[in-house]
Design a protein around this ligand. Sequence first.
Ligand code: NIG
Ligand code: FE
Length: 419
Amino acid sequence: MPETLAVVNCSQLVTLAGARRPRAGGDLRQLSIIEDGAMLVRGDLIEAVGRRREIESLIKDDCEIVDAGRRVVMPGFVDAHTHPVFAGIRANEFEQRSSGATYREIAARGGGIRSTVRATRTASLTDLVKAGKRYAQWFLRCGTTTIEAKSGYGLTVEDELKILRAIKQLNAETPLSYVSTFLGAHDIPSEYKSRRATYVSLVVNEMLPRVAQEKLAEYCDVFCEEDVFTTEESWQILSAARCHGLGLRVHADQLSLSGGAKLAAELNAATADHLEHTDAAGILALKTGKVQPVLLPGSVYALGSSQYSPARQMIDAGLAVVLATDFNPGSSPTPSMLMILSLACTQMKMTPAEAVTAATINAAYSLGRGDVIGSLEKGKRADFVIHDCADYRELAYFFGIEHPHQVYSGGLLAFSRSS
Ligand code: NIG
Ligand code: FE
């Protein structure tokens, strides 16, 4: 018999229950909160959700009671855009940026993504898994139970495969769930600088077939940007990925209006990510192409910029907005979705409820997992967090502290605060 848990005494059970589709417009504000709610979990699945009295009547003698202590209980965050497998850190570049250098200047000098590529190529699979486990712990203690994880710091066939294998191993050996994305087109490696077309054909003809054959990724992403991959090159790579059965995601309009949003729309990609420079036409294209925007305010903040993505216009246009950390060693070194909620509310003028929806159920849909995670409903995976507050708005309001008291992944305790 699988173990059963009864989670009781929740000040607010923030269920996010509702229509089985990504939430847009006014639906972003509907959190379906049950005051004094409770939940029954059997094995790794949610069996019942309701008011305390309804659930109490279902509790059997062998059921373990989890007393939430009048705290908020809600789904684990789903972080739909991360780069969590890399070697080394870039504190030196952080210091240079603090003295005025820009991200692009540092990249043009051979730093940025390329410096992490150099370190990652020399690391073994074991090294990468070891570092990755440390970051997995960080995500969990910040209340995240699923992350999308990109490759992209290898940029050779074997090094990209090594990163994707590390992601597979991390998924098997940690309580964090990973959805993997192949990002061989994260940058043109320095040895291909004057042979761009050759690198694009390496990605299309050698990397993608291996990734697909070994089933190492569900999605393919491309960094579509002025000094990186052009829209034509991005189109070539993403169309090939689609032929291999991969879903599509695009790093779009991050540093300039490069046409990435429109490209994502033409290709009916699952997501277009970043979008700091996207204009009204780009927003309309996303709507027409049914593309979910993934907004990454952590990278805007960490790069010292003030150009946040136009979240309000996107919500007004009816887009099913997603929020994510973009965790990586350069532009966004944070695993904290709570930090992202704070930035979304203060800098992009999303309401706390909209931000919570964007960080849970909408993120789950963007990863093709809307029917499995992202809300607390019967039949879904028991990924939930007990936050040490009584009102969910405190998650974005009190910033700079870690709210999670306990984190459960598939019905098992994955993190517990010691005091
Ligand atoms: O999403 N934009 C490209 N990729 C990352 C940056 C990665 C890095 O700087 O190492 C991003 O911001
Ligand atoms: Fe990114």
